[in-house]
Design a binder for this molecule. Sequence first.
Ligand code: TMP
Length: 215
Amino acid sequence: NTAKHPGRGAFVLFEGVDRCGKTTQSQRLVQHLKGKGVDAELWRFPDRFTAIGRMIDSYLTGETDTDDAAVHLLFSANRWEKREAMLAALRAGRTLIVDRYAYSGAAFTAAKNLPGLDLEWCKAPDKGLPAPDAVIFLAMTPEAAALRGGYGNERYEKEEMQREVARQFHLLADDRWQTVDAARSVEDVEAEVRRIAEDAVACCLEGAPLRVLWA
Ligand code: TMP
């Protein structure tokens, strides 16, 4: 009975290498969903506006150097500090379109290939966070991404690093993962993105349970 039990909102996550079009697609998707009457909101991680987020921002811009394990835990803590608000929004029926999350967290640190910081170690701090209902992986080679106006000056925006990040992302693909070829026109990518997101919104309205990550 949807009148008595309006379903929860969907958690739709965008992941991909830097410059793959995540930000554009996530913004367009929110506008599209709103236009269809869906209560939708755009979130992004890292959230640079919390105290932890400001530390992350200063690391990414090169202003500070932070131990790799410590900064990994800051990225994770930045998700944990948003957990209650995220759950409250989803329960209130709001659909969250999220630009990066724990998959980026694990992929970027594991891509550094540091002793002890393997993929399992990288995943551990995010275990138990709300899991996305769908992960839209915008697939693009780092070479193609680099051609798109080039990278900025932040810490990880180098082709070699991005190649390794892409490799780690592939190891993280799970049953929520949907690969979308992002090397096509914005409109073609968008059509596929809309279909995946609208499916997730419908499933959640019908009461699909919210799961937790990597339990
Ligand atoms: P952004 O460009 O989407 O704001 O992300 C900033 C950088 O931080 C990007 O290179 C990906 C990286 N990152 C991590 O290393 N760990 C994380 O947990 C997240 C969310 C992003």
